[in-house]
Design a protein around this ligand. Structure first.
Ligand SMILES: [Zn+2]
Length: 405
Protein backbone atom coordinates (compact mmCIF):
# COMPACT_ATOMS: atom_id res chain seq x y z
CA UNK A 1 0.00 0.00 0.00
CA UNK A 2 1.30 3.45 -0.88
CA UNK A 3 1.67 5.79 2.07
CA UNK A 4 -0.13 9.08 2.32
CA UNK A 5 -3.14 7.67 0.53
CA UNK A 6 -5.40 10.44 1.82
CA UNK A 7 -3.28 12.90 -0.13
CA UNK A 8 -4.39 13.68 -3.66
CA UNK A 9 -1.81 12.56 -6.21
CA UNK A 10 -0.11 15.41 -8.03
CA UNK A 11 0.83 14.78 -11.63
CA UNK A 12 2.38 11.76 -13.23
CA UNK A 13 5.60 10.04 -12.32
CA UNK A 14 7.48 11.99 -14.97
CA UNK A 15 6.11 15.28 -13.64
CA UNK A 16 7.14 14.52 -10.06
CA UNK A 17 10.54 13.31 -11.26
CA UNK A 18 11.24 16.52 -13.20
CA UNK A 19 9.92 18.71 -10.39
CA UNK A 20 12.11 16.78 -7.93
CA UNK A 21 15.22 17.62 -9.94
CA UNK A 22 14.28 21.27 -10.43
CA UNK A 23 13.57 21.85 -6.74
CA UNK A 24 16.90 20.36 -5.72
CA UNK A 25 18.74 22.82 -7.99
CA UNK A 26 18.62 26.30 -6.46
CA UNK A 27 19.63 28.00 -9.73
CA UNK A 28 17.29 25.87 -11.82
CA UNK A 29 17.93 23.50 -14.72
CA UNK A 30 17.63 23.90 -18.48
CA UNK A 31 15.53 21.56 -20.60
CA UNK A 32 18.72 20.11 -22.08
CA UNK A 33 20.14 19.38 -18.62
CA UNK A 34 16.84 17.83 -17.57
CA UNK A 35 16.75 15.61 -20.66
CA UNK A 36 20.26 14.39 -19.86
CA UNK A 37 19.42 13.75 -16.20
CA UNK A 38 16.07 12.00 -16.73
CA UNK A 39 16.67 10.18 -19.98
CA UNK A 40 13.35 11.59 -21.25
CA UNK A 41 13.11 12.63 -24.90
CA UNK A 42 13.14 16.34 -25.70
CA UNK A 43 9.50 16.13 -26.76
CA UNK A 44 8.33 14.34 -23.58
CA UNK A 45 10.32 16.74 -21.47
CA UNK A 46 8.82 19.71 -23.21
CA UNK A 47 5.30 18.38 -22.51
CA UNK A 48 6.11 17.71 -18.86
CA UNK A 49 7.61 21.18 -18.40
CA UNK A 50 4.56 22.78 -20.00
CA UNK A 51 2.21 20.94 -17.63
CA UNK A 52 4.27 21.89 -14.58
CA UNK A 53 4.32 25.48 -15.79
CA UNK A 54 0.55 25.52 -16.37
CA UNK A 55 0.06 24.18 -12.82
CA UNK A 56 2.15 27.13 -11.64
CA UNK A 57 4.75 24.86 -10.04
CA UNK A 58 7.71 26.06 -12.12
CA UNK A 59 8.75 29.37 -13.65
CA UNK A 60 10.81 30.18 -16.71
CA UNK A 61 13.90 31.80 -15.23
CA UNK A 62 16.99 33.48 -16.61
CA UNK A 63 18.37 32.76 -20.05
CA UNK A 64 21.91 31.51 -19.65
CA UNK A 65 24.55 31.56 -22.36
CA UNK A 66 27.06 28.72 -22.12
CA UNK A 67 29.20 27.87 -25.11
CA UNK A 68 27.96 27.99 -28.69
CA UNK A 69 24.29 27.64 -29.56
CA UNK A 70 21.10 29.23 -28.30
CA UNK A 71 20.94 30.58 -24.75
CA UNK A 72 19.27 28.11 -22.38
CA UNK A 73 16.22 29.07 -20.36
CA UNK A 74 16.47 27.88 -16.78
CA UNK A 75 13.40 26.25 -15.27
CA UNK A 76 13.04 27.14 -11.60
CA UNK A 77 10.79 26.11 -8.78
CA UNK A 78 7.93 28.52 -8.05
CA UNK A 79 8.47 28.34 -4.32
CA UNK A 80 5.25 30.14 -3.45
CA UNK A 81 3.08 27.88 -5.61
CA UNK A 82 2.14 25.63 -2.69
CA UNK A 83 2.52 25.59 1.08
CA UNK A 84 2.18 23.09 3.89
CA UNK A 85 1.68 23.42 7.63
CA UNK A 86 3.75 21.47 10.15
CA UNK A 87 2.91 20.88 13.79
CA UNK A 88 5.17 19.34 16.42
CA UNK A 89 3.66 18.24 19.72
CA UNK A 90 6.25 18.38 22.46
CA UNK A 91 5.99 18.31 26.27
CA UNK A 92 7.43 21.81 26.71
CA UNK A 93 6.29 23.69 23.60
CA UNK A 94 4.07 23.12 20.56
CA UNK A 95 5.67 24.38 17.35
CA UNK A 96 3.78 25.43 14.22
CA UNK A 97 5.45 26.28 10.90
CA UNK A 98 4.47 27.00 7.32
CA UNK A 99 6.90 25.86 4.64
CA UNK A 100 6.91 26.76 0.96
CA UNK A 101 7.41 24.30 -1.86
CA UNK A 102 11.19 24.40 -1.38
CA UNK A 103 10.76 23.20 2.21
CA UNK A 104 11.91 26.56 3.61
CA UNK A 105 10.16 27.89 6.69
CA UNK A 106 8.14 31.04 5.87
CA UNK A 107 6.31 31.40 9.20
CA UNK A 108 6.73 30.02 12.69
CA UNK A 109 5.00 30.27 16.05
CA UNK A 110 5.40 28.47 19.33
CA UNK A 111 2.68 28.01 21.91
CA UNK A 112 2.66 26.38 25.32
CA UNK A 113 0.71 23.10 25.21
CA UNK A 114 -2.97 23.39 26.18
CA UNK A 115 -3.25 22.46 29.84
CA UNK A 116 -6.15 20.04 29.48
CA UNK A 117 -6.82 16.41 28.69
CA UNK A 118 -10.10 17.23 26.90
CA UNK A 119 -9.52 16.01 23.36
CA UNK A 120 -11.86 18.50 21.60
CA UNK A 121 -10.05 21.41 23.28
CA UNK A 122 -6.63 20.01 22.37
CA UNK A 123 -7.58 19.62 18.70
CA UNK A 124 -9.34 23.00 18.56
CA UNK A 125 -6.19 24.59 19.98
CA UNK A 126 -4.01 23.08 17.24
CA UNK A 127 -6.44 24.08 14.49
CA UNK A 128 -6.72 27.65 15.80
CA UNK A 129 -2.94 28.07 15.96
CA UNK A 130 -2.49 26.63 12.45
CA UNK A 131 -5.12 28.98 11.01
CA UNK A 132 -3.71 31.99 12.85
CA UNK A 133 -0.25 31.23 11.48
CA UNK A 134 -1.52 30.93 7.89
CA UNK A 135 -3.32 34.27 8.22
CA UNK A 136 -0.28 36.01 9.69
CA UNK A 137 1.93 34.63 6.88
CA UNK A 138 -0.51 35.88 4.25
CA UNK A 139 -0.64 32.48 2.61
CA UNK A 140 -3.63 31.93 0.26
CA UNK A 141 -5.68 29.10 1.74
CA UNK A 142 -6.19 27.47 -1.66
CA UNK A 143 -2.42 26.98 -1.97
CA UNK A 144 -2.19 25.04 1.30
CA UNK A 145 -1.77 21.36 0.52
CA UNK A 146 -2.30 20.03 4.01
CA UNK A 147 -1.02 19.61 7.53
CA UNK A 148 1.69 17.31 8.80
CA UNK A 149 1.80 16.48 12.50
CA UNK A 150 4.95 15.18 14.17
CA UNK A 151 4.11 13.18 17.27
CA UNK A 152 6.28 11.62 19.95
CA UNK A 153 6.24 7.84 19.66
CA UNK A 154 4.83 5.35 20.05
CA UNK A 155 2.15 6.07 17.46
CA UNK A 156 -0.38 3.92 15.62
CA UNK A 157 0.43 5.04 12.11
CA UNK A 158 -2.46 3.18 10.46
CA UNK A 159 -4.99 4.93 12.74
CA UNK A 160 -3.08 8.24 12.81
CA UNK A 161 -3.19 8.06 16.59
CA UNK A 162 -0.91 8.97 19.48
CA UNK A 163 -0.50 5.88 21.68
CA UNK A 164 1.17 6.30 25.08
CA UNK A 165 4.22 8.59 24.90
CA UNK A 166 5.24 9.00 28.56
CA UNK A 167 5.94 12.71 28.18
CA UNK A 168 2.56 13.56 26.65
CA UNK A 169 -0.14 12.09 28.93
CA UNK A 170 -2.90 14.47 27.79
CA UNK A 171 -2.68 13.07 24.28
CA UNK A 172 -2.81 9.34 25.00
CA UNK A 173 -4.98 7.42 22.51
CA UNK A 174 -6.01 10.55 20.58
CA UNK A 175 -6.86 10.08 16.89
CA UNK A 176 -4.97 13.17 15.85
CA UNK A 177 -5.19 12.67 12.09
CA UNK A 178 -8.95 12.18 11.75
CA UNK A 179 -9.83 14.85 14.31
CA UNK A 180 -7.55 17.40 12.65
CA UNK A 181 -9.05 16.62 9.23
CA UNK A 182 -12.54 17.24 10.67
CA UNK A 183 -11.48 20.40 12.40
CA UNK A 184 -9.43 22.03 9.61
CA UNK A 185 -10.94 20.45 6.46
CA UNK A 186 -7.40 19.95 5.16
CA UNK A 187 -5.61 16.70 4.34
CA UNK A 188 -3.51 15.59 7.32
CA UNK A 189 -0.58 13.18 7.66
CA UNK A 190 0.96 12.14 10.96
CA UNK A 191 4.37 10.66 11.64
CA UNK A 192 6.60 9.93 14.59
CA UNK A 193 8.65 13.08 15.20
CA UNK A 194 12.13 11.75 14.42
CA UNK A 195 10.92 10.20 11.17
CA UNK A 196 9.29 13.50 10.20
CA UNK A 197 12.57 15.26 10.97
CA UNK A 198 14.44 12.89 8.66
CA UNK A 199 11.91 13.49 5.85
CA UNK A 200 12.40 17.26 6.30
CA UNK A 201 16.16 17.01 6.02
CA UNK A 202 15.84 14.81 2.93
CA UNK A 203 13.36 17.15 1.19
CA UNK A 204 15.97 19.83 0.54
CA UNK A 205 18.96 17.53 0.31
CA UNK A 206 20.27 19.25 -2.80
CA UNK A 207 23.24 17.02 -3.57
CA UNK A 208 21.81 13.78 -2.13
CA UNK A 209 24.42 13.91 0.64
CA UNK A 210 21.92 12.33 3.04
CA UNK A 211 20.81 9.37 0.92
CA UNK A 212 22.15 7.12 3.65
CA UNK A 213 22.21 8.94 6.96
CA UNK A 214 21.23 8.80 10.60
CA UNK A 215 19.64 11.74 12.41
CA UNK A 216 20.10 12.14 16.14
CA UNK A 217 17.19 14.15 17.52
CA UNK A 218 17.89 15.71 20.90
CA UNK A 219 14.96 17.43 22.55
CA UNK A 220 12.80 16.51 25.53
CA UNK A 221 13.69 12.95 24.51
CA UNK A 222 16.25 11.47 22.15
CA UNK A 223 15.42 9.54 19.01
CA UNK A 224 16.95 8.39 15.77
CA UNK A 225 15.86 9.11 12.22
CA UNK A 226 17.25 6.85 9.52
CA UNK A 227 17.53 7.45 5.78
CA UNK A 228 18.21 4.56 3.44
CA UNK A 229 18.67 5.14 -0.27
CA UNK A 230 17.04 8.56 -0.02
CA UNK A 231 13.92 7.48 1.90
CA UNK A 232 13.17 7.75 5.61
CA UNK A 233 12.99 4.35 7.30
CA UNK A 234 9.67 3.95 9.11
CA UNK A 235 9.82 0.35 10.26
CA UNK A 236 6.92 -2.04 10.39
CA UNK A 237 4.69 0.18 12.55
CA UNK A 238 6.05 3.68 11.92
CA UNK A 239 7.99 3.65 15.17
CA UNK A 240 11.58 3.02 14.03
CA UNK A 241 14.39 4.82 15.80
CA UNK A 242 13.79 4.31 19.51
CA UNK A 243 17.30 4.56 20.93
CA UNK A 244 16.40 5.70 24.45
CA UNK A 245 17.67 2.50 26.05
CA UNK A 246 21.00 2.33 24.23
CA UNK A 247 23.51 2.01 27.08
CA UNK A 248 26.12 4.75 26.84
CA UNK A 249 27.40 4.97 30.41
CA UNK A 250 27.36 1.79 32.52
CA UNK A 251 27.99 3.87 35.66
CA UNK A 252 25.34 6.41 34.69
CA UNK A 253 21.95 7.16 36.21
CA UNK A 254 19.37 4.40 36.74
CA UNK A 255 16.69 4.02 34.06
CA UNK A 256 13.13 2.84 34.57
CA UNK A 257 14.02 -0.21 32.49
CA UNK A 258 16.23 -1.46 35.33
CA UNK A 259 19.58 -0.76 33.67
CA UNK A 260 21.97 2.13 34.25
CA UNK A 261 23.23 4.72 31.81
CA UNK A 262 20.64 4.39 29.05
CA UNK A 263 20.99 7.26 26.55
CA UNK A 264 17.54 8.70 27.30
CA UNK A 265 18.08 9.21 31.03
CA UNK A 266 21.79 10.05 30.73
CA UNK A 267 21.32 13.08 28.44
CA UNK A 268 17.78 14.03 29.53
CA UNK A 269 17.66 17.84 29.86
CA UNK A 270 16.27 17.60 33.41
CA UNK A 271 19.21 15.34 34.36
CA UNK A 272 21.74 17.85 32.99
CA UNK A 273 20.07 20.70 34.89
CA UNK A 274 20.05 18.68 38.11
CA UNK A 275 23.67 17.55 37.79
CA UNK A 276 24.78 21.13 37.06
CA UNK A 277 23.07 22.35 40.23
CA UNK A 278 20.60 24.52 38.31
CA UNK A 279 17.60 22.62 39.67
CA UNK A 280 17.31 20.71 42.93
CA UNK A 281 15.07 17.96 41.60
CA UNK A 282 14.75 15.76 38.51
CA UNK A 283 11.10 16.78 38.29
CA UNK A 284 11.69 20.00 36.37
CA UNK A 285 8.40 21.30 34.94
CA UNK A 286 8.60 21.01 31.14
CA UNK A 287 7.95 24.68 30.63
CA UNK A 288 11.08 25.52 32.63
CA UNK A 289 13.47 23.31 30.66
CA UNK A 290 14.36 25.74 27.82
CA UNK A 291 15.31 28.53 30.24
CA UNK A 292 17.23 26.01 32.33
CA UNK A 293 19.26 24.94 29.30
CA UNK A 294 20.01 28.59 28.51
CA UNK A 295 21.26 28.98 32.09
CA UNK A 296 23.43 25.87 31.68
CA UNK A 297 24.96 27.34 28.52
CA UNK A 298 25.60 30.70 30.19
CA UNK A 299 27.28 29.05 33.17
CA UNK A 300 29.45 26.81 31.01
CA UNK A 301 30.48 29.69 28.79
CA UNK A 302 31.36 31.61 31.96
CA UNK A 303 33.72 28.81 32.96
CA UNK A 304 31.59 27.18 35.68
CA UNK A 305 33.40 23.87 36.28
CA UNK A 306 30.28 21.91 37.20
CA UNK A 307 28.39 23.09 34.09
CA UNK A 308 31.39 22.30 31.88
CA UNK A 309 31.70 18.80 33.35
CA UNK A 310 28.00 18.15 32.70
CA UNK A 311 28.36 19.25 29.08
CA UNK A 312 31.51 17.17 28.57
CA UNK A 313 29.78 14.08 29.92
CA UNK A 314 26.69 14.66 27.77
CA UNK A 315 28.88 15.13 24.69
CA UNK A 316 30.69 11.87 25.35
CA UNK A 317 27.40 10.03 25.86
CA UNK A 318 26.08 11.38 22.56
CA UNK A 319 29.35 10.43 20.84
CA UNK A 320 29.07 6.88 22.15
CA UNK A 321 25.46 6.66 20.91
CA UNK A 322 26.51 7.91 17.47
CA UNK A 323 29.31 5.34 17.28
CA UNK A 324 27.01 2.47 18.30
CA UNK A 325 24.36 3.58 15.81
CA UNK A 326 26.90 3.88 13.01
CA UNK A 327 28.35 0.48 13.86
CA UNK A 328 24.86 -0.92 13.24
CA UNK A 329 23.85 1.12 10.20
CA UNK A 330 27.15 2.15 8.55
CA UNK A 331 25.61 5.35 7.21
CA UNK A 332 28.81 7.37 7.69
CA UNK A 333 26.79 10.57 7.93
CA UNK A 334 25.03 11.70 11.09
CA UNK A 335 22.74 14.73 11.20
CA UNK A 336 22.18 16.19 14.65
CA UNK A 337 19.53 18.64 15.78
CA UNK A 338 16.54 19.34 18.01
CA UNK A 339 15.59 21.89 20.67
CA UNK A 340 18.06 20.73 23.33
CA UNK A 341 20.85 20.42 20.77
CA UNK A 342 20.16 23.91 19.39
CA UNK A 343 20.53 25.43 22.87
CA UNK A 344 23.73 23.57 23.73
CA UNK A 345 25.41 22.85 20.39
CA UNK A 346 28.19 25.43 20.82
CA UNK A 347 29.23 23.62 23.99
CA UNK A 348 28.52 20.05 22.96
CA UNK A 349 29.79 19.94 19.40
CA UNK A 350 33.56 20.44 19.92
CA UNK A 351 33.89 17.76 22.64
CA UNK A 352 31.53 15.45 20.74
CA UNK A 353 33.66 15.69 17.58
CA UNK A 354 36.80 15.16 19.62
CA UNK A 355 35.32 12.14 21.40
CA UNK A 356 34.08 10.26 18.31
CA UNK A 357 37.40 8.68 17.24
CA UNK A 358 38.27 7.84 20.86
CA UNK A 359 35.18 5.74 21.58
CA UNK A 360 36.57 2.19 21.99
CA UNK A 361 33.65 0.51 20.18
CA UNK A 362 34.19 2.47 16.94
CA UNK A 363 34.46 0.20 13.90
CA UNK A 364 34.03 2.61 10.97
CA UNK A 365 36.73 2.53 8.33
CA UNK A 366 36.24 6.20 7.42
CA UNK A 367 35.82 9.29 9.62
CA UNK A 368 32.20 9.94 10.57
CA UNK A 369 30.63 12.99 8.93
CA UNK A 370 28.67 15.01 11.49
CA UNK A 371 26.35 17.74 10.14
CA UNK A 372 23.96 20.18 11.78
CA UNK A 373 20.29 19.76 10.92
CA UNK A 374 19.32 22.27 8.21
CA UNK A 375 16.01 22.95 9.94
CA UNK A 376 17.54 23.61 13.39
CA UNK A 377 15.19 23.78 16.36
CA UNK A 378 12.13 23.47 14.12
CA UNK A 379 13.21 20.29 12.40
CA UNK A 380 10.35 18.10 13.62
CA UNK A 381 7.63 20.66 12.77
CA UNK A 382 9.20 21.58 9.43
CA UNK A 383 9.77 17.90 8.74
CA UNK A 384 6.08 17.28 9.37
CA UNK A 385 5.19 19.95 6.81
CA UNK A 386 7.64 18.38 4.36
CA UNK A 387 5.79 15.06 4.82
CA UNK A 388 2.87 16.66 3.04
CA UNK A 389 5.09 17.86 0.19
CA UNK A 390 6.91 14.54 0.10
CA UNK A 391 3.73 12.47 -0.13
CA UNK A 392 2.55 14.53 -3.10
CA UNK A 393 5.72 15.50 -4.93
CA UNK A 394 8.43 12.90 -4.51
CA UNK A 395 9.03 10.61 -7.47
CA UNK A 396 9.49 7.02 -6.40
CA UNK A 397 10.07 4.04 -8.63
CA UNK A 398 7.51 2.16 -6.50
CA UNK A 399 4.85 4.60 -7.76
CA UNK A 400 5.32 3.10 -11.22
CA UNK A 401 4.24 -0.35 -10.05
CA UNK A 402 0.61 -1.31 -10.21
CA UNK A 403 -0.78 -1.81 -6.75
CA UNK A 404 -2.41 -5.19 -6.17
CA UNK A 405 -4.87 -3.75 -3.69
ZN1 LIG B 1 16.68 2.05 29.98
Amino acid sequence: MKRGSNMPAVGTYNQTLVLDMIRRSPSGLSRIELAELTGLSAQTLSNVARKLSLAGLILEGDRVVSGPGKPRTMLQLNRRARFAVGIHLDPSIDTFVVVDLSGSIVAHIEAPPEDTDATPDLIAGLAASAHALLRSADVPFDRVLGIGAALPGPIDDAAGMVLTPPLLPNWHHTRVRDLLIESTELPVVVEKDVIAAMVGELWADADHALRDAALLYYGAGVGLGIAHDGDAVRGRTGNAGDIGHLIVDPSGPPCQCGMRGCLGVTVAPERLLFDAGITDSLETPWGAVPAGLDELRTRAQGGDARALAVCARAAESLARAIVLVNNMLDTGTVVIGGPAWSRLSELLEPPLRAALPTIPQITTTRPLRLVEARLGTDLAAAGAACLVLDSMFTARASDLMISAS
